[in-house]
Design a protein. Structure first.
Length: 374
């Protein structure tokens, strides 16, 4: 299947890809197309919307990234203001819980105040995705299309993609913005001619943020731990969750979420339900019997997401020491292929603000190359 060819292709409809498209619209550039492998947009931004039977309340809770820090991540803060999204501060008031070892009872300690305020978006981070999509024409985003091949021609690039049934489509573009993590780009896309070996080595060494992790959320009728003077924050050397926070929305139900410390390889050896049971038991130890019986709970294992986690991510081959180059310095791909996912951000790699930063830099470089006639 063929489609009218845009001049610019954006691979990935997560935050960086949609923000790049949003920026192009602001620049008056409409000849682009976004290709998303999954059926839904958002990438690592995802949520669950539990419904409380007693009240009929439904609130979205983040399964992926949750916070941003506007005092430090100014471009992210400005975007939230520009889009007129309502925010609230992460709840931190009250004492914390420390679980040091299996043979010691949890210890209640004074809460620690961070110098920067972590902020959350009302309605969850998917609200940000939905707001960006509102300004992007629906026909510009193709979901369920896995980009499989990019071939650099004497003039332009041939992009080939396929859907879930194996049906192929292709188009000719001038430039490509890679809004997927470096390892995912190398795993799913064949580049002809091959990218420079030094570039692919750096990309392959760059771990995908969140890829090996799992996040557990427990939902209650209210944040009852606050009534006991607890912040909902806990650290544990026993697990299975190593770090726990209050995930309650600004009003309504209560929720706790935790990062599971069990390595991805070990998680494969137990069922998701068994792991949820261990998480519920841990919450009971830390916050009392009521916490062990949530009205609902969910486990999001990002390691099982084929378009997020690569084999190297699951093997623990990780490097966040340095940011990889976002493009080739010379050769046929120079100024025609640009990495814009969060991993390519020199300021905030892996963060939501990193997706904004990397996309901004990539679009600027692409437009600069276009103006120079490259």
């Amino acid at each position: 299947m063929n489609t009218p060819s845009p001049r610019i292709a954006i691979v990935g409809a997560g935050l960086s890809g949609l923000y790049a498209a949003w920026q192009l619209e602001l620049h008056g550039i409409h000849d682009y197309r976004v290709f998303e492998a999954q059926q839904v947009m958002g990438g690592r931004i995802a949520s669950v919307a539990p419904l409380l039977a007693e009240t009929g309340q439904q609130h979205r809770l983040d399964l992926g990234p949750t916070w941003f820090w506007p005092e430090h991540q100014r471009e992210m803060g400005q975007l939230i203001q520009t889009l007129d999204l309502e925010c609230f501060a992460q709840h931190t008031a009250g004492d914390s819980i420390l679980e040091r070892a299996t043979d010691k009872s949890p210890l209640r300690t004074a809460g620690i105040r961070d110098s920067l305020t972590a902020m959350r978006v009302v309605g969850g981070m998917e609200t940000l995705i939905e707001r960006l999509r509102r300004d992007i024409p629906a026909n510009k985003v193709l979901t369920g299309q896995v980009v499989r091949h990019l071939e650099r021609l004497p003039v332009g690039i041939t992009l080939s993609a396929e859907d879930g049934s194996g049906q192929r489509m292709s188009c000719e573009v001038e430039q490509v913005l890679l809004a997927v993590p470096p390892r995912q780009a190398l795993q799913h896309i064949q580049f002809t001619p091959a990218l420079p070996s030094t570039l692919t080595a750096r990309w392959q060494q760059t771990a995908t943020w969140m890829a090996p992790h799992a996040k557990y959320i427990a939902v209650y009728d209210r944040p009852f731990w606050r009534e006991a003077g607890l912040s909902g924050t806990a650290r544990s050397a026993r697990g299975p969750m190593v770090e726990i926070h209050d995930a309650s929305p600004m009003e309504g139900l209560g929720a706790l979420f935790g990062f599971v410390g069990v390595p991805a390889g070990h998680r494969r050896q137990i069922t998701p339900e068994a792991l949820r049971q261990h998480c519920r038991a841990q919450l009971g130890r830390l916050f009392g019997p009521q916490a062990a019986s949530p009205q609902s709970d969910v486990l999001k294992d990002w390691a099982t997401s084929p378009f997020i986690a690569s084999p190297a991510d699951l093997e623990g081959v990780a490097s966040h020491v340095s940011v990889p180059p976002p493009e080739a310095n010379d050769g046929p791909w120079h100024q025609h292929l640009f990495g814009i996912a969060s991993e390519w951000s020199p300021q905030f790699p892996g963060h939501l603000a990193g997706a904004i930063d990397a996309a901004t830099r990539g679009v600027e470089r692409m437009l600069g190359a276009r103006q120079s006639g490259t």
